[in-house]
Design a protein around this ligand. Structure first.
Ligand code: GLG
Length: 760
């Protein structure tokens, strides 16, 4: 740097003396100060929870310090920034992660020891931040961690839900949902920014006004809500860089509603204002379909609008020429949930910044990219035109205009192929005219990413076939990655959201088979059985009946097996309620075998498998999603692979009768049907979905090879040396599945951003 820059840098380094210190005495002083002044307890008497609060606040101080330095540095360098939009971030607990990334884990443990506390015990006091459903949401959290670790100038944007994902309570084997009011005990990991807030509009009408001899559209809203920022510092590992996850909470707006105060009905006016807060009150608990829900639409627009305003404000702080916008901004849409950002940016540029449609469109096409996380059609969001037109009238016009130009382009390309036009159109005609959010995203994004290689293949050849033919250069994939985080019996674990395609049912039927075999064995054979503890965990969407039945079946079967004195300790089946990030952190490192057994072609990527892999747990899996790439890393011999392959599935489905349906399969199904585990009426539809129901997920077809894979796992387990070798090779092969690698690829290939490392 120049002489002046050098002098400045030196001055800054000298200021480092003022940084918070991490030796045990300084840490103890900071913790005790927080006990006294933040928690307001006596420093001579405080319990574990209060100690946790004080420790968290002292860690937070350190995060804030780094956060400030990082943002001051970003501001000075003004690099191109990535804005990561996601409606879900599954962060889990923050204390342990923060002290590890800040490199002060041991120092805190020592300091606390001397005060008579144990770090591990305090870390257990923290509740999970469960602001997301499953893989997609946990992936967002891992990617934020990697973005910080790799020094990328990135911001996360999302919604601050008051109620996170429901708590799962099991009563008599049935799932019940309980609200997760996670903020009850305070949240030291967020910083409320009362002064960072934006008005977000809804409803109303679009009017035309004269502007410089031409016309301009003006959206006159019918409702306004205030979005207030809550910042969550995300520390990188091995760097001072600490980036920001900014989540928006809804508050009543002062701008709106002045009139109703004049009417004299003061109490009702206040109550009405309060309703604004419902927008950020609750996370939708279904990880697949939220079609046509007004609140969901408002949530999406609310967070998108506030974030776009924030980004534009930041851009204008340093530059005022929107032609340079694409050099400073990359905007990543995590699935289609935030895709209203596209018409929103168009609206702001055209209606508020007075750019021409063409200028605005050029900018939009350069800044947006998206990732899709699913292959199932229910996962592709549609918004009814009536609903969109009422909540966001101006956006509907913009989407229609985008679609009009797109249709013209298509006609030039494919001629008047109406079938193709109607399939590719952003607008779906039919009983309920709707907007296809995935089509909108593909039309406007420069890059559409899948989450594993086979996922991209499926997108290209099936889900978005027409689009791939039109724009092959837009389609890419970045295989997901994750952040690194007994006794004699084999611990065999399947933990993930409950879905038919994930086939927890196959697992349970396999357990019934094992149970039946053990029950009918001679004493001499029983001695050869590898004892197993089978663990299943996961939440079912509240309205997903089949998934809930699978949970109940797991309990009913467990109840029978665990209480059968013939079985002893040879087999146990346990359901872990309320599976979340903290449970995963505990269970995954303790597992021997884990199951990832979706019907081939249904799991976009799967990330749970990667977490087990790096912890040396062996996989029993189908060749689906990212597992296909895992096989390439560790070799088929080091895992237990079974089942139909992706390309075989459609043919197997066509043949209504499955040739390979094994006798054993019919037998275990009959046990469920005949009420061996009780509740035969309740389980009838589960059995019907397989027998007579077409067995869409091919349980019957894959059952025999599933049992073979399970037998191979038993055989390997007793050969300790072999098992250990497989386990070591699993860990060794897991390196590629790091979110650092995924994010590095996104940065380079999709977002075009460079690292910007804080120099201290
Ligand atoms: C998904 C998919 C998973 C994928 C995850 C992250 O079902 O296969 O690993 O996103 O990309 N909707 C999801 O949770």
């Amino acid at each position: 740097e120049s002489g002046e820059g050098k002098a400045k840098a030196e001055r800054m380094f000298s200021l480092m003396d003022g940084f918070l210190k991490n030796d045990p005495i300084s840490l103890q002083k900071d913790i005790l100060d927080h006990v006294e002044y933040t928690v307001a307890r006596s420093r001579f008497s405080f319990d574990d929870f209060e100690a946790y609060q004080a420790v968290s606040h002292s860690v937070r101080d350190r995060l804030i310090e780094r956060w400030h330095d990082t943002h001051a540095y970003f501001k000075r360098k003004d690099p191109k920034r990535l804005y990561f939009f996601s409606l879900e971030f599954l962060m889990g607990r923050s204390l342990s992660n923060s002290v590890i990334n800040l490199g002060v884990r041991d120092q805190y443990a020592d300091a606390l020891n001397q005060l008579g506390f144990e770090f591990e015990v305090l870390a257990e006091q923290e509740g999970d931040a469960a602001q997301g459903n499953g893989g997609l949401a946990r992936l967002s959290a891992c990617q934020m961690d990697s973005l910080a670790t790799m020094d990328f100038p990135a911001w996360g944007y999302g919604l601050r839900y008051q109620y996170g994902l429901f708590r799962q309570v099991i009563l008599d084997g049935f799932q019940h949902e309980q609200p997760d009011y996670w903020l009850n005990f305070g949240n030291p990991w967020e910083i409320e920014r009362i002064h960072v807030s934006y008005a977000v509009k809804f409803y109303g009408t679009v009017e035309e006004q004269d502007l410089n001899g031409g016309k301009r559209k003006v959206w006159v809203p019918g409702e306004m809500v205030e979005a207030v920022a809550y910042d969550n510092p995300i520390p990188g590992y091995g760097t001072r860089n600490t980036i920001n996850l900014r989540l928006w909470a809804a508050k009543p707006s002062d701008l709106y509603d002045m009139e109703s105060y004049g009417t004299g009905d003061y109490i009702n006016a206040v109550i009405n204002r309060q309703k604004a807060e419902t927008i950020s009150s609750v996370l939708y608990p279904d990880d697949r379909s939220y079609q046509g829900k007004e609140l969901r639409l408002k949530q999406q627009y609310f967070f998108v609008s506030a974030s776009v305003q924030d980004i534009i404000r930041r851009f204008k702080d340093s530059l005022n020429d929107f032609n340079q916008f694409p050099e400073k901004v990359a905007l990543q849409l995590n699935d289609t949930h935030p895709s209203l950002a596209i018409p929103e940016v168009m609206r702001v540029l055209v209606d508020e910044e007075f750019l021409s449609w063409k200028q605005a469109w050029d900018i939009v096409c350069k800044i947006f990219s998206c990732t899709t996380h699913t292959v199932v059609p229910e996962g592709l969001e549609k918004i009814p035109v009536d609903l969109l037109g009422s909540v966001l009238p101006r956006h509907l016009q913009i989407i229609f205009d985008i679609n009009f130009s797109f249709m013209e382009e298509l006609k030039k390309h494919f001629g008047l192929d109406f079938n193709r036009l109607s399939q590719m159109s952003i607008v779906e005609e039919g009983a309920v005219k709707s907007i296809r959010m995935a089509n909108l995203s593909i039309v406007c994004c420069h890059t559409v990413n899948g989450v594993s290689r086979v996922h991209l293949d499926i997108l290209k050849t099936k889900v978005f076939k027409d689009f791939y033919e039109l724009w092959p250069q837009k389609f890419h994939y970045k295989t997901n990655g994750v952040t690194q985080v007994s006794p004699d019996a084999m611990f065999d674990v399947q933990i993930k959201r409950i879905h038919e395609y994930k086939r927890q049912l196959l697992n349970i039927l396999g357990i019934i088979y094992r149970y039946d075999c053990i029950k009918n064995m001679k004493e001499s054979d029983r001695r050869k059985v590898v004892p197993r503890v089978c663990i299943i965990g996961g939440k079912a969407a509240p309205g997903y009946d089949m998934a809930k039945k699978i949970i109940k079946l797991c309990h009913a079967v467990g109840e029978t097996i665990n209480n059968d004195s013939d079985i002893d300790d040879l087999l146990k089946l346990v359901f872990i309620p309320d599976f979340n990030v903290s449970v995963a952190e505990l269970v995954i490192p303790g597992s021997d075998l884990s199951q990832h057994i979706s019907t081939a072609g249904h799991e976009a990527s799967g990330t749970g498998s990667m977490k087990f892999l790096m912890n040396g747990c062996l996989l029993l899996a189908t060749a689906d999603g990212a597992t296909i790439e895992i096989i390439e890393e560790i070799g088929e011999d080091n895992m237990f692979l079974f089942g139909a392959k992706v390309h075989e599935v459609p043919k197997l489905r066509e043949k209504a009768e499955n040739h390979r349906v094994a006798l054993q399969f019919a037998r275990v199904l009959r046990m469920v049907r005949d009420g061996y585990f009780g509740y035969e009426d309740y389980f009838k539809s589960l059995c019907d979905s397989i027998e007579g129901g077409g067995d869409f997920y091919l349980l019957g077809n894959d059952f025999a090879s599933y049992l073979e894979a399970q037998a191979a796992a038993d055989k390997a387990f007793v050969d300790q040396e072999r098992w250990t070798k497989m386990s070591i090779l699993s860990t060794a092969g897991s390196g590629r599945f790091s979110s650092d690698k995924t994010v590095g690829e996104y940065a380079h290939q999709t977002w075009g951003i460079e690292p910007c490392r804080c120099p201290f």
